[in-house]
Write a protein of this length. Sequence first.
Lengths: 113, 112
Amino acid sequence: GESVGLHLPTLSVQEGDNSIINCAYSNSASDYFIWYKQESGKGPQFIIDIRSNMDKRQGQRVTVLLNKTVKHLSLQIAATQPGDSAVYFCAENPWGATNKLIFGTGTLLAVQP
Amino acid sequence: EAQVTQNPRYLITVTGKKLTVTCSQNMNHEYMSWYRQDPGLGLRQIYYSMNVEVTDKGDVPEGYKVSRKEKRNFPLILESPSPNQTSLYFCASSPGTSSPLHFGNGTRLTVT
């Protein structure tokens, strides 16, 4: 079936470095993508989203890149901080599947001081 | 503060004993949904609701019921819980189509 997956289950970075978390999606009909951050003991928290008519979107210290040709999504975190340590999920919204998000299994980002 | 509130945060129960997990949102969102989160499987949708009195099955609805009598509340009901329903449950809401979901902080359920 259609699925959202992640290349790396764990990513370890040094504080101050930039982090890149990758995600592959399989549904070419998906038109909306979201990145979530989940800290221990909390629910997923919205970070940034992007629609299929864009290939890049920037937020505060975060950038999402969308490559529809290879069905790839990435989240870039600039100047990674200890507070960025969490599990990051990508999610896709297949076109026509109103408010139905398909989530990846997550990548654990570990920031070393 | 805009939020999705779930109760209880932790629940241990026995097989067959009916339980309800409550969910309430104060953002006047039309859409609400329940997910379960299991290791290696990610978040899977159980049920969702597009508006009051409108509910539909998600990907893993077996063993669960929901109701949406008011816009702000969307309880999850387990009529006869079984050990395979041991999981971390999240309620979420959003304003509408292609909008980010706002999640509650989760309910960890253990069924023995």
